[in-house]
Design a protein around this ligand. Structure first.
Ligand SMILES: [Zn+2]
Length: 296
């Protein structure tokens, strides 16, 4: 059975660094169809229409799931398209190897999800894009997640404003920002695999995407992606993929995210990315049970 599908049109920057910025991310919601190839043996026996809907508050993702130390040698990255593609794909490969085994072991993968490994779709010019069978028109150069794909625009990502946090070179700052954006987008993929994305989209389709309730649901999803990015950052630090200094920087600059109603305040974004980073556990990323004041 094919599910109804919708999407929201807004896609605002995750990170806006006061001047020309650089990296950002978001998620374009939609209702995915049931997976053609269910990801669990148990679910494979069930017709899609009989699959239980995934849950938010008590989703298995909120158990104490921890990533192994992440030992990945990521290339350098700069603003040219080929360099970005190499770096982002390498980071996604690294995150696949880290996240997928632990999610599988925790029984957190749902049959509603599609491919376990997200596709990277490099966008070399802004125009209409296919997103889960719908045409979307990105209005900026922000990365976003949709239906199993991480969309990565390569234009307009050249300028880097370096916060006053030590002797950072532009290349170091760019690499750290870019890596956290990949981790955030992969956080949306984790939500997809665990059914959270589907459940949240269903809720928003009922309450209205732009209603207060719908926007709060969006913020819970975005801030959970921040938290999952923090969990990944902790594992990257533990395994030497990034230095402790880089890891601290990746988290600290989250206080500079753009403040808007879909992603929420900078304070909330920082709070949730720190929660994942300091705990290194997905159990600290349950934004779905947090009071509204913590997901503003
Ligand atoms: Zn996002």
């Amino acid at each position: 059975m094919k599910s109804p599908r919708t999407r929201r049109s807004a896609c605002l920057p995750l990170v806006v660094l006061l001047t020309a910025l650089v990296v950002a991310g978001c998620d374009r919601g939609r209702l995915p169809k049931p997976a053609a190839s269910p990801t669990t043996t148990q679910a494979a026996a069930a017709a899609p229409e009989t699959l239980p809907e995934p849950t938010l508050e008590d989703n298995p993702l909120h158990r104490d799931i921890r990533l192994p130390p992440m030992h990945c040698e990521l290339p350098q990255v700069d603003s040219n398209a080929a360099s970005q593609q190499r770096f982002v794909q390498a980071a996604i490969d690294c995150l696949n190897d880290s996240w997928l085994p632990v999610l599988r072991a925790a029984g957190a993968l749902t049959a509603w999800a599609g491919a376990e490994r997200p596709a990277l779709r490099i966008i070399d010019r802004l125009g209409l894009l296919d997103c889960a069978g719908e045409q979307v028109q990105p209005t900026d150069s922000q990365a976003f997640y949709c239906a199993g794909s991480i969309f990565w625009p390569t234009e307009g990502r050249g300028g880097v404003w370096i916060p006053d946090r030590g002797n950072w070179t532009a290349r170091e700052a760019y690499r750290a920002h870019t890596l956290f954006v990949v981790m955030h987008e992969y956080g949306h993929h984790v939500q997809e695999l665990t059914g959270i994305e589907r459940r949240a989209d269903l809720d928003k389709s009922v309450t209205g995407w732009d209603s207060e309730s719908g926007l709060r649901t969006s913020r819970r999803a975005e801030q959970q992606a921040q938290c999952l990015g923090g969990v990944a950052t902790a594992a990257a630090k533990l395994g030497g993929t990034v230095s402790p200094r880089e890891a601290d920087y990746m988290i600290a600059v989250q206080e500079m995210v753009a403040e808007e109603r879909i992603h929420g305040t900078a304070a909330s974004s920082l709070r949730w990315s720190e929660a994942g980073y300091h705990s290194a556990s997905t159990s600290s990323c349950n934004t779905w049970t947090a009071p509204p004041s913590e997901v503003e």
